[in-house]
Design a protein around this ligand. Sequence first.
Ligand code: A3P
Length: 316
Amino acid sequence: MEEGTSAFSESQSSSIEYRVSDDGKVKVTAFVFRPEVYKKIKAELEEYKWIDLDYLLATYPKNGTHFAWEVMTMLIQGSADCIKQPKQALMIDLVPINESKECFPSPRVLNTHYRTDVLPAEFRKAKTVVVMRNPKDAFISAYCHEKRLSSLFDSVKRAELNALKLEDFLQKFLYNKGIDYGNYFTYTEYMWSRRAEPNVLVIFYEDLKLHAAATIQKINEFMGTNRSPELVQQIAEATDFKRMKQAKVEAKPSESVTKMLAANLVDQEGQQLMIEQMYRKGGIGDWKNHLTVAQNEQFDAFLANWEGGKGIPFQY
Ligand code: A3P
């Protein structure tokens, strides 16, 4: 059974919450930002009836959720105009699912960092896009995320995150010593094992970046949105990192979404900070700028022993 204690949960709540698969074999630490909100999130997920018009985007943290969400939502809206609302409004891990329904009508892209076997069975019916990213870049992006968003936490947690050393985070990441949503490697193995299911499409962050139009076309076909090659090309250009970052930072979400996020997550200032900090470098291979030779060797040794990862075509 996969277990972990969560650094995030520890500071903002007194008890750690887990999500467990139906057969009890998989157990991951839940992301609990505000305990009273988490209770509602959990209860509403249990009761939820999947809406067939909707899509699910499933990604391990920092594997390209924002990038793919923007692409998918543009395909639904049928234009390459920046999506004004932040994707957090439809993140089922962060806000109670019925509240997001009110401010974002179907069809829409609900998104989650949970592996789909720890969600209620209803969610496994969903048309699901999975984004994977090479583990070294995912690790560095996650480390930077902890630092860049530390100010959203209370003073104890903030100090802890600010003091977090890359070396310590590496041990957590590789050996699952306290990671929300469970471990990258078991997550990736499980979601990869679902790749042949007709309602699942696995894509790679690196392909979305390097072969944007071709990868967006794959998503277009899978979603059944049937958009033209011209629009697919426009979406590829609009979601190019620099352009998308600027548009998202300048976007003005609706008042109802801002209010809903303030009630469940962080205030308006925090929401803006989240957007600004979420778009960091948006590249491939930044791990080369951060890992020491010894850390990289340790990572490689770990990957060489990762049986479940053999055959997954990562690009570094
Ligand atoms: P970096 O920290 O390496 O820059 P997630 O959305 O799952 O949290 O993933 C965040 C990562 O995706 C960050 O990676 C972020 O910069 C990157 N990203 C966001 N939008 C992107 C885009 N349009 N193109 C490429 N990368 C993007």
